[in-house]
Every structure is written in structure tokens, then in C-alpha cells.
Design a protein around this ligand. Structure first.
Ligand SMILES: C[S@@+](CC[C@H](N)C(=O)[O-])C[C@H]1O[C@@H](n2cnc3c(N)ncnc32)[C@H](O)[C@@H]1O
Length: 251
């Protein structure tokens, strides 16, 4: 019989499920978000299923970092690479809208099934909108020549050898396509940093979520200025990346 925690009971009750009834029928470690089909992110409800990662509370800070990167701009273009449910990009777009800032956003993912969920969330949070485009793309492979003020990317970043140590609720239920970042967890982040420059405006910023083990961005610092930020639990979690401007050699 499944023992739900108080937080899980609150979640299930909020979305109309009876925790007592469920406790005798559901699997031991299935996340409650995959039972209700809902996840909360920055105070809003997002549809989720097992094709998308459940958006995490620590990721909420990425949206704040995006908002503080805007300086007196009346309109913003942004991309959310590896958007999953769309939690980052759609929260950012809604919070721009609340500030009367115009926007164009591109949400992309390599997973068509994830994009189906992102589209449902666009519909429920915005209705019909021409300001948000959804693209199936391996990183930037299907992007046109477009420059963004802000590019968010919470790509898979867990080193492959750590996947087995994850909690059952993560490793047995969440899509490994959303988790596994290759040998050192940086496979996709490395590719992204090698291709992102031409998609950023001159003052543009690339905002990455990384693993807590990714404390040394040194290999990228010949081309990028990278500031590190911890998450609310004090773990290394975000890289704020700007293209390094190199001045021609003084003669
Ligand atoms: C860690 S999840 C993050 C999902 C969402 N951004 C969030 O924060 O909840 C990583 C996402 O990247 C997507 N992904 C994996 N490989 C990718 C690639 N090569 N190009 C684009 N997206 C990719 C996965 O399908 C998954 O949706």
C-alpha cells in the first residue's frame, strides 16, 4: 500500500483525486504528477505525462534570471531549447505579458511527444497565439536564421553513470531522453555552446541549467563569459553565458 507524503496528498486533493483510494491501487513510486497529469510551476498548472520531465521547483529561478536580464526592452525574443512541457518558456512569456513587454518565443524539443504536451499548455495558458512557435528540432538543427535576446536551455545533464543512483520515482518514470546527458553530463550543453552564438543578439544571453557537478565551465571560457549561480538549495545549478567580445590585437 502506497503511503503518500503530506505534499503528495495536497497535490492529489487539489486536482480532485482521493489519496486514500489511490493508496491501494497505485504503484509504489509513481510521481503524483503523473497520476494527476498536472504539475505546478511558478504558481501555474501545467499538463504533464510520462513523455515530459516534471518541471522542478529549482528551475523556477531560471525564469527570474531571464526577467532580470531584460533592461528597458519593449520587446523580447526568446527560445526555450528542450522545452518539455514548456514550463520555462511559457512562464517567461506570461510574465513578460504581465509586464506589458511584447514577445516572440520559440519552444523546441527533439521529442514530438513532448511537443504535443507543450502545445496543450500553450492552448490552456494562452489560447490561440501567434507569438509562440513550436519547433521539433535537435538543438538548433531546424531553426531558421533568427537571433534571440534570451535562450533558455534545461537540457538533459545527468552524467550517464549517475542515472542508476536516481530515485525510483525519477529513473523508472521520467523519460531518460530528458535526463541522460552522456558521460560527463555535458554532451548536449557542449554542442549547444558550440552552436548558440549565431542565434543570440549582440547583447543576448544564454541561460543554462546544469548539474551540481558542473562547477567548472573553463573549457568554454575562451568564447563565453560564464557566470555561475546556485539554486535555492545552495547547489551549483545555472550558467549565465554571454558571448565573449574579443578585441583585435593592439599593435
Ligand atoms: C531536463 S528536460 C527539461 C524539460 C523542461 N525544459 C523543463 O525544464 O521542465 C530536457 C528536455 O530536452 C529534450 N531534449 C533531449 N535531447 C534534445 C536535443 N538533442 N535537442 C532538443 N531537445 C532535446 C528532452 O526531450 C527533454 O524534454
Amino acid at each position: 500500500m502506497r503511503q503518500f507524503t503530506p505534499v503528495e496528498i495536497n497535490h492529489l486533493t487539489k486536482f480532485g483525486f482521493d489519496p486514500e483510494l489511490l493508496s491501494i491501487s497505485v504503484e509504489e513510486s509513481i510521481p503524483v504528477e503523473y497520476i494527476s497529469g498536472k504539475a505546478e510551476f511558478r504558481g501555474r498548472n501545467f499538463e504533464v505525462n510520462r513523455d515530459v520531465l516534471i518541471p522542478r521547483i529549482e528551475t523556477e529561478d531560471l525564469v527570474d534570471i531571464g526577467l532580470t536580464s531584460i533592461i528597458n526592452q519593449e520587446s523580447i525574443s526568446f527560445a526555450d531549447i528542450g522545452c518539455g512541457s514548456g514550463a520555462i518558456g511559457l512562464s517567461f512569456a506570461l510574465e513578460l505579458k504581465e509586464r506589458d513587454i511584447k514577445f516572440r518565443g520559440v519552444l523546441s524539443d527533439i521529442s514530438l511527444k513532448a511537443l504535443e504536451i507543450a502545445k496543450k499548455n500553450i492552448k490552456s495558458l494562452f489560447g490561440e497565439t501567434k507569438n509562440i512557435e513550436v519547433i521539433e528540432s535537435d538543438l538548433f538543427s531546424n531553426f531558421k536564421d533568427e537571433k534571440f535576446n534570451i535562450i533558455f536551455a534545461n537540457l538533459p545533464y545527468i552524467p550517464t553513470s549517475n542515472i542508476n543512483d536516481l530515485q525510483d520515482s525519477v529513473k523508472n518514470y521520467e523519460p531518460h531522453l530528458a535526463l541522460d546527458g552522456g558521460e560527463d553530463g555535458l554532451n548536449l550543453i557542449r554542442k549547444l555552446l558550440n552552436s548558440a552564438k549565431k542565434f543570440l543578439t549582440n547583447d543576448g544571453v544564454l541561460l543554462l541549467e546544469v548539474d551540481d557537478t558542473h562547477i567548472d565551465p573553463g573549457e568554454f571560457e575562451t568564447e563565453w563569459d560564464i557566470k555561475k549561480r546556485n539554486d535555492t538549495n545552495g547547489f551549483n545549478r545555472f550558467w549565465i553565458c554571454r558571448v565573449l567580445v574579443t578585441l583585435p590585437d593592439q599593435e
